[in-house]
Design a protein around this ligand. Structure first.
Ligand SMILES: [Mg+2]
Length: 133
């Protein structure tokens, strides 16, 4: 499964890699540091990801701005996008669901909890039928 991981924080990126490396299934992770970079990756002509994991607070282009553009794009709007954030802001959550997301996951502070939660998310997506581009 190919994941586009959109996150500005390098520690968060390391956490994801560490979590994924412990799983049986193989995940191919493509990284982008903000919404702009993510759109460039998606429009590069490379094979599209199966799912997108999206942070909300990022410089240049936030997760919500990225989501708005993604959902207006006739080709990219089908990509399941799961928000992965520390924001417990209810307005952010509602806005993301309104625009269209496949999940909203709050990152636990403790690494062990993060790992358990992320494993569940990835297990869930690994049994889903995915939009093959
Ligand atoms: Mg961030």
């Amino acid at each position: 499964m190919k994941i586009l991981f959109i996150e500005d924080d390098t520690i968060e990126t390391m956490k994801l890699h560490r979590t994924v490396s412990k799983l049986q299934m193989r995940f191919d992770i493509v990284e982008a540091k903000n919404g702009e970079e993510a759109l460039a990756v998606l429009r590069s002509g490379d094979e599209l990801p199966d799912i997108i994991l999206l942070d909300l607070n990022m410089p240049r282009m936030s997760g919500i701005e990225f989501l708005r553009i993604l959902k207006k794009d006739d080709k990219l709007k089908y990509l399941p996008t799961i928000v992965l954030t520390t924001s417990e802001n209810r307005a952010d959550l509602l806005e993301c669901y309104r625009i269209g997301i496949a999940g909203y996951v709050i990152k636990p502070l403790k690494y062990a909890d993060y790992e358990l939660k992320l494993q569940k998310v990835l297990d869930y997506w690994s049994v889903n039928e995915l939009v093959k581009a």
